[in-house]
Design a protein. Sequence first.
Length: 533
Amino acid sequence: MVGNSKRAPLYIKVNPADNVAIVVNEGGLPAGTRFADGLVLLEEVPQGHKVALSDIAKGTAVRRYGEVIGHATRPLPKGSWVEESSVDLPAAPDLDSLPLATLSLPAAKKLEGLFFDGYRNADGSVGSKNLLGLVPSVQCVAGVLQHAASRIEKELLPRYPHVDGVVALNHSYGCGVAITAPDAEIPIRTIRNLAAHPNFGGQALFVGLGCEKLQPERIAPAAAAAGCADLASSSAASAAAVPASGSLPCGIIRLQEEAGFDGMVARILALAEERLAILEKRRREPCPLSDLVVGMQCGGSDAFSGVTANPAIGYASDLLVRAGATVMFSEVTEVRDAIHLLTPRAATPAVGAALVREMKWYDAYLARGGADRSANPAPGNKKGGLANIVEKSLGSIAKSGTSPIAGVLGPGELAKEKGLIFAATPASDFICGTLQLASGIHLQVFSTGRGTPYGLAMAPVIKVSSRSYLARQWPDLIDIDAGKIATGDASVEEVGAEIFQLIIDAASGRKKPWADIHGIRNDLVLFNPAPVT
């Protein structure tokens, strides 16, 4: 970084090999601006956009992060604005010639004796919230379920002060689908793993219609395995009592077996109250940080994301891994063009091969749809200075920190390893968030440059801004300002430590991120690459 005053012209050069840098100053800088090192702008350059640090001939490499982000489509004189149209999209890394597990990383010092206050479940899992989950097996019941959830919230929850809320896991799946197609397992296991999320304490209630292809037993395998009768409208079921163990043996309702709308809602409310009585007994207790699962995601990214917010999140990721926690980073299309930097960090060749497997699967998935990686980035990303998906990917992977990659998950698979995990998901904020929840995250850290009010009902979301302007614009939506890294007012390590502490406090219920304070709940969105009939 050149200069140290907020009012002085500033640019950030990430790597000594870079021939471009991004302008830091809010509002950008006009033509004629002179930097402390003598660089003079030949034209106006917006904030976050790139300036040529030397003459770049047509066809030669444009470098940022020490990597080639493209080749100049025209001569770019020193001091000129290097905007989207002046950089072409290079070929993606060849997946068949990547180094696997070749980087020997020094063993990081373990962080011992760190705890958060979580809800310990009977199966040993830990929750960060105490929630009642209502799980539909088919979209047809979503309207009834949402109505019931609203009534539960207003009529029942006030009597159960230790329950944080009720969440209806409404989705668009369950009928009219090719349920035996190979890729159909992705949405099915996603719903199943969402229903088993530790924040529900094993007390999720399942609601089906009756005629759907995705029968409730397939997403409530514990109920099916127990061989218990469905909780339909029968006198025996109506008289069901909560066992002394504090665990209900099954919880499946089929609306086609109920007496009208009022009967449906009454049945859901009655069984919900039985579960609320169990959930009310849950209390937070100290749990080692090794029980924590944290997801890292970005949305509304800009050119600052890769030098402020994401590196700070990466530092927090490394601290979590050192404490024995599980950390997930995702978004295949925002990893694909930087995959050559990740496969060497794989803990084993098998992990490296799994990374390649997920990249190849997604390449084929995009090709089937007649699309490719150039569909990303979005218009807002480009307005924020990102020229193409290569530049975006290089900044995105900074969220992964520097730890070895211990495992790879397919979409919606449940995390089992500790350490840094790549969870393969699309880049869509809502699909990625849904899949990370299915993989077991207790909390998500979300970086943004352009801004988004995104939030999840099932887990806290900590919002980190890449620019201080956004933090000032949205003081009641942004939890941590990483933009101060760009101006030299804080280091990556200082902001990363701030994120790390807020993760512990939010997972413990001691502090609520703004998304939780406002009750911002984006819809769950399934990833379904299988056909719909």
